[in-house]
Design a protein around this ligand. Structure first.
Ligand SMILES: [Zn+2]
Length: 451
């Protein structure tokens, strides 16, 4: 199946399985650079047009991924002429489709009935879709409190979804255990080398689509995309498509409370730390940190100015490009920012931003969201009478003071709360939840992802 055999860069051991880390010495496993077809013989219609660089499979599982467009920005004066690679135009709205096409092709060839993966969302959605196409049963382990829109998409493609653990690392451990128990194919993007080999086609396409590329700007995340971009460039150099590496800039988040906005960017520790540093050094690029808050602004800005709807994590590369252009580190015309994912996978984040609310439940009306907030406040004993609830909710943010009483009345009528006592002074009523109230709150919590 391999054109060049996966090899540990430290101890030089060769492997047949698509591992990323050497079981013997923990070194990074990589595919030695491939000398593939010349550009003149390639008619780019999908990622598979680059098959001379890819492992061979009996039956490739494809949804026509890859061959994503390169556009030039025009409306924002600070970003004018910057090239953007629209990776969110892939079948499930993410660059991960390139990886999942290879992974499911491999799983299919291995005759497995089940595939198990772990991620913070986009990869799991993609894995589910490609598993459906391959006729293989997907199980996805995800950290708790992931966005509902993402979970629903996984289920839509027929995936079993297991929510476990607070972090991606925990979810990966759980998924590894399940894969062993079920004798299933294991497909975490941080552990499977086919992820890298699929995603590397982004670089090869860029070189085919653009005459001269000086800089490539990508989200750092777990480090897998940086590594993939580098791998593609290695192949392009080996095949005499280009002479030298463009600079690779890796975008990460300044650590703040709002870093949760970009699950795929937020990673306590990237999986391939030292290798990412080496790659940045070797290509004369560097790591750029951006504030989490700027991502939403950039995502809303590109929607309004260019008509493109991207997820906040993707928008981080625009914030970074803005900085690099301002500091004259890059020339927009010869730079490419990779927009990795679609805004449709992050609807709740945009909804809460646009409505000016802290929490929004997609699909629920604003008044239902408010009722949930009120139940939550009373249950947690943070506030238990009208005025204190109104203050806790952020005063005017949740409507007029009187509207809180209307919500309380309706909740009482439905038997979800009851009067705890009426104080003599001012006849102030304090409330507590009924048993039914607690049960309802639990059910609603199941529906809601905390933003
Ligand atoms: Zn080794």
């Amino acid at each position: 199946m391999w054109i060049n055999q996966p090899t540990c860069i430290k101890c030089k051991e060769q492997y047949a399985n698509p591992l990323i880390r050497c079981p013997k010495c923990d070194g990074l496993i990589t595919i030695p650079a491939i000398n593939g077809s010349s550009p003149s013989t390639i008619n780019l219609t999908s990622m598979w047009s680059l098959s001379s660089f890819l492992p061979k499979f009996n039956r490739p599982i494809s949804l026509a991924e890859g061959n994503t467009p390169l556009l030039q920005m025009s409306k924002d004066p600070d970003l004018a002429d910057l090239n953007i690679k629209l990776e969110f135009r892939n079948p499930t709205g993410t660059f991960r489709d390139r990886a999942c096409s290879l992974i499911l092709s491999d799983a299919y060839q291995n005759n497995v009935s089940t595939i198990v993966g772990a991620s913070t969302g986009s990869f799991s959605i993609s894995l589910s879709a490609y598993a459906a196409k391959a006729g293989i049963k997907p199980i996805n382990v995800i950290p708790q409190n992931l966005e509902l829109a993402k979970i629903e998409q996984m289920k839509l493609y027929g995936s079993k979804v297991i929510e476990q653990g607070e972090t991606l690392h925990e979810a990966i451990s759980v998924s590894e255990k399940i894969a062993k128990e079920e004798k299933a194919y294991f497909a975490s993007p941080e552990r499977n080398l086919l992820t890298i080999e699929g995603q590397k086609t982004i670089s090869l396409e860029i070189i085919l689509q653009k005459d001269y590329v000086d800089s490539i700007i990508v989200p750092r995340g777990s480090g897998s995309l940086v590594y993939s971009i580098y791998r593609g460039l290695e192949d392009a150099i080996e095949s005499n498509w280009i002479e030298d590496f463009p600079r690779i800039y890796a975008v990460s988040l300044e650590k703040t409370k709002t870093a949760y906005l970009a699950e795929s960017l937020e990673m306590k520790q990237p999986f391939i730390v030292s290798e990412v540093e080496d790659i940045l050094k070797k290509t004369k690029g560097k790591e750029i940190q951006v504030k989490a808050g700027t991502m939403i602004e950039e995502a809303l800005n590109i929607a309004k100015t260019e008509g493109l709807f991207i997820e906040p994590a993707s928008a981080s590369v625009l914030a970074a490009s803005r900085l690099l252009i301002e500091e004259e580190k890059i020339s927009p015309m010869s730079s490419i920012s990779i927009l990795t994912g679609s805004g449709f996978n992050a609807l709740n984040i945009f909804a809460s931003q646009l409505r000016g609310k802290k929490k929004v439940v997609w699909g629920l009306s604003e008044s239902s969201t408010t009722k949930f907030e009120i139940l939550n406040l009373i249950a947690s004993k943070k506030a238990n009478y009208g005025y204190s609830i109104w203050v806790s909710l952020g005063k005017g943010k949740f409507g007029h003071f009187q509207s809180i009483y209307q919500h309380l009345n309706e909740l009482e009528k439905k038997g979800l709360i009851k009067v705890q006592k009426t104080e003599r002074v001012g006849k102030r009523k304090t409330f507590e939840l009924t048993k039914k109230g607690f049960e309802t709150l639990d059910k609603m919590k199941d529906l809601i992802d905390y933003i």
